[in-house]
Ligand binder design. Structure first.
Ligand code: ADE
Ligand code: ZN
Length: 346
């Protein structure tokens, strides 16, 4: 592997854009572009409380996580049919391919839909069909991770799991998302224990807005394998040591953190400190339709703002494959592809 130490600075954006990468933190409902929201509302006979695409886009001015979630759930309410879920996922997968994302592990929020009377089958099968089609048509490998909404009860999560189990072969794991503050991971200890028994892979949002204590309990109570966000871990030196020692992946989302005011400016983002402390950080888009950028925008804008280097680029792409939920042979094949890209880039 070359770290391309002599790469001219103006070639770095092309390297970032072209390198093969995995996306491990993308909420599929957060990829729903305003144009698609309007098209689906129209075909489903729904009226939106916004006059136009531009009017809706103007509402995308967030002050914190909750101010975003309110609009995000409203946007997702246009999804009714299996074709809607397919079309949403397909649009994302085409964008992923354009950004040289070769592997995506995609979050979905079934409770947002089942609470409106949409069946679990409609949700999962629409998304799963798009993932299957992407393998052949786009060369993108995609799998699904079911997220429980943490502002709802653990009982509701258990009922959601029951509804999803007939489709067990169509998702690889479970996660925990939505309003973080006031909803610590331990609220979901029992349902995560059950998911673990079922052999599901486990992840959770922790330390996005919430304290390092939430990252500790995601690790030690829920036994998750990756932390989504985790940027607040930097406040706790012991936690940083633990994350580095165990190479616990963090799925960091820089443009999301900027738009939700977790950091005042992209230049203040702590991605570089996380990497330099030996943490297995990755770059991801979270909710790209709402935060102003898909994967490559997250890479290029963050590198431009924080002065990350070619060596960091390689490390981030490599971390994304190492942190993915694929077997050792698939991981090795992805990393070989990455190494070939770096060895031949000019
Ligand atoms: N759901 C969608 N995006 C999210 C985020 N950034 N944090 C928590 N829940 C979410
Ligand atoms: Zn997220």
């Amino acid at each position: 592997m070359t770290t391309l130490q002599n790469l001219p600075a103006d070639r770095l954006p092309d390297l970032l854009r072209g390198m093969p990468k995995a996306e491990l933190h993308i909420h599929i409902e957060g990829s729903l572009e305003p144009e698609l929201i309007f098209r689906m509302a129209q075909r489903n006979g729904l009226t939106l409380p916004y006059a136009s695409v531009d009017d809706l886009r103007r509402a995308y001015a967030f002050t914190n996580l909750q101010s975003f979630l309110d609009i995000y759930y409203a946007g997702a309410s246009v999804l009714l049919t299996e074709q809607d879920f397919y079309d949403m996922a397909w649009a994302y997968l085409e964008r992923a391919k354009a950004d040289h994302v070769v592997h995506a592990e995609i979050f979905f929020d079934p409770q947002t839909h089942t609470a409106r009377g949409v069946s679990m089958q409609t949700v999962i099968q629409g998304l799963h069909r798009a993932c299957e089609a992407a393998r052949g048509a786009l060369g993108v490998e995609a799998t699904l991770i079911l997220c429980f909404l943490r502002h709802l009860s653990e009982q509701d999560a258990f009922e959601t799991l029951e509804q999803a189990l007939p489709f067990r072969d169509q998702f690889i794991g479970v996660g925990l998302d939505s309003s973080e503050l006031g909803h610590p991971p331990e609220k979901f200890a029992k349902v995560f224990a059950r998911c673990r028994e079922l052999g599901l892979r486990l992840v959770a949002h922790a330390g996005e807005e919430g304290p390092p204590a939430y990252v500790w309990s995601a690790l030690d109570v829920l036994h998750v394998e990756r932390i989504d966000h985790g940027v607040q871990s930097i406040q706790d030196p012991e936690l940083m040591k633990r994350l580095a020692r165990d190479r616990v992946p963090l799925t960091v989302c820089p443009l999301s953190n900027l738009k939700l005011c977790v950091f005042p400016r992209l230049a203040d983002h702590n991605l570089r400190q996380l990497l330099d402390a030996g943490l297995a950080a990755t770059v991801n888009s979270d909710d790209p339709a709402y935060f102003g950028g898909y994967m490559n925008a997250n890479f290029t804008e963050t590198f431009a703002a924080t002065g990350l280097t070619t060596a960091h680029a390689y490390q981030l792409a490599r971390n994304s494959f190492e942190a993915s939920f694929v077997d050792a042979a698939a991981k090795a094949a992805y990393i070989e592809r990455l190494d070939t890209f770096f060895a031949t880039f000019q």
